[in-house]
Design a protein around this ligand. Structure first.
Ligand SMILES: Cc1cc2nc3c(=O)[nH]c(=O)nc-3n(C[C@H](O)[C@H](O)[C@H](O)COP(=O)(O)OP(=O)(O)OC[C@H]3O[C@@H](n4cnc5c(N)ncnc54)[C@H](O)[C@@H]3O)c2cc1C
Length: 408
């Protein structure tokens, strides 16, 4: 297989490079950050302005069809764009859930009216989306969720609680999974909705993290009204909608894993001297770097397959679980190798060691969360075993029992 650019891709790359050079600041070093020195509202405004500029140039949603506000491009073009954009300072995280999970789910399951109402404006960065699935007693097994959506005239009334909702504090809309029929088994009787996060009765309580950031929140619903026109997909079939969202999420998280960590490790291992020789000559270091490279290259290949599915209007398949499982682990082991390369100083903050240590350290700190978010390692293994390899399923004695009977 040849992964060099085709003439068309090379032309697209040149076009993208020229546009980025004219519209964004090049990344001078790994310590360079988009919006350094801005407070949160200013950062958000700058991030939205960047997204609008990107959309005007056609780069906001490259594989989405034109009629949905996308560029109608190919997966290869999206990869080329991502590779080039990584060399410039652009916002982090703000649109990750919007573009990676929520909007592709609306594009797949939404009615024509929903697509018109929500997609193009969100691609332009006018609205930020979040994903409201996990609850205090429903994480790995979302079939346990208890947030209730009760029919009321031509709409629904929502009561309950979500937790770990990334970006809830800045989101305008969210995709919300709720229980609509308590007499059906746990994974049936669920329905997906589009929620206006500013609707009366929605209360967002940000959770303070050890890093002093507020990345996710608890979200409470007290008699929140949602019109039936904002139901996303069939009534009581929300499990299917949720599964397609999760596969998109695993795919989108996977995109983050196909970076150049291995190249950075090579750079660090060349600088570090062990016993008067560069650490790069140590067989264990070489093996660690080779494993990181193989994991990242494998992840990139599966990501390409997922992009190709999205561009055909389909959902990436269960193989996306492998992307997340392998990618998050590679980040953790690669980060650990970087810290080992630093020797006694490896535990010192990157600020003191130099910019080239920043990314591996960040990965080391972020990888444990990445191994949980979007489904834990164990859940990915179950998915691969059952849905990719066709092995016998986990014993699930509660699968056919009405949810009402499981409560108590
Ligand atoms: C950084 C981050 C961002 C997040 N963002 C969001 C978000 O935006 N929206 C959202 O809805 N949620 C979000 N989450 C929540 C995330 O989806 C859940 O934390 C995750 O699915 C695990 O659920 P849990 O925390 O309830 O753990 P549990 O489900 O209680 O799992 C506890 C442990 O038991 C293991 N386990 C559970 N079931 C099985 C099984 N069947 N077989 C083997 N082992 C099992 C798990 O692997 C885990 O080790 C986020 C989480 C993180 C860390």
């Amino acid at each position: 297989m040849n992964f060099d650019d085709t003439p068309e891709e090379a032309a697209f790359r040149a076009e993208v490079r020229a546009w980025l050079a004219a519209n964004a600041q090049p990344r001078r070093g790994r310590e360079d950050k988009f919006g350094a020195g801005l407070d949160k509202p200013q950062y958000l405004a700058a991030a939205k302005a960047w997204q609008a500029r990107k959309a005007a140039a056609g780069y906001a949603a490259i594989v989405m069809p034109k009629e949905m506000g996308g560029f109608g491009g190919t997966p290869a073009q999206q990869i080329v764009y991502n590779q080039e954009e990584a060399k410039f300072l652009t916002p982090d995280r703000v649109f990750e859930v919007s573009l990676g999970t929520a909007l592709p789910t609306v594009a797949m399951w939404g009615t024509p009216a929903q697509k018109v109402k929500y997609l193009a404006s969100a691609f332009r960065g006018e609205h930020i989306w979040c994903q409201l699935f996990s609850e205090p007693s429903a994480g790995s097994d979302l079939g346990n969720l208890r947030t209730r959506a009760a029919r009321d005239g031509d709409g629904w009334v929502i009561n309950g609680q979500k937790v770990w909702t990334s970006n809830a504090d800045i989101a305008d809309y969210g995709i919300l999974l709720a229980r609509t029929d308590w007499d059906q088994p746990k994974s049936k009787g669920l329905t997906m909705f589009i929620l206006d996060m500013k609707a009366p009765g929605v209360e967002v309580r940000p959770i303070r993290q050890a890093s002093d950031e507020y990345h996710f929140s608890e979200v409470f619903f007290s008699d929140v009204r949602i019109a039936d026109a904002d139901r996303l997909g069939p009534e009581n079939d929300g499990w299917k909608v949720m599964m397609s969202a999760l596969m998109k999420e695993r795919f989108s998280l996977g995109e983050n894993f196909s970076g150049d960590l291995y190249a950075q490790l090579i750079g660090l291992a060349k600088q570090v001297v062990w016993g008067e020789r560069p650490a790069l000559e140590d067989p264990r270091v070489r093996a660690g770097i080779a494993e990181t490279y193989l994991a990242q290259f494998g992840v990139e290949l599966i990501v390409r397959r997922g992009m190709s599915a999205i561009s055909r209007g389909q959902s990436p398949g269960p193989e996306m679980s492998a992307v997340k499982l392998i990618g998050a682990r590679a980040f953790q082991t690669g980060g650990a190798l970087a810290i080992e390369l630093g020797g006694a100083e490896g535990l010192v903050a990157a600020e003191a060691l130099g910019a080239q240590w920043r990314l591996p350290q960040l990965l080391w700190l972020a990888a444990p969360g990445a191994r949980i978010a979007g489904g834990t390692d164990e859940i990915q293994k179950n998915t691969i075993a059952e849905r990719v390899l066709g092995l016998p399923g986990e014993l699930r004695t509660d699968r056919d029992v009405p949810f009402r009977a499981l409560e108590g």
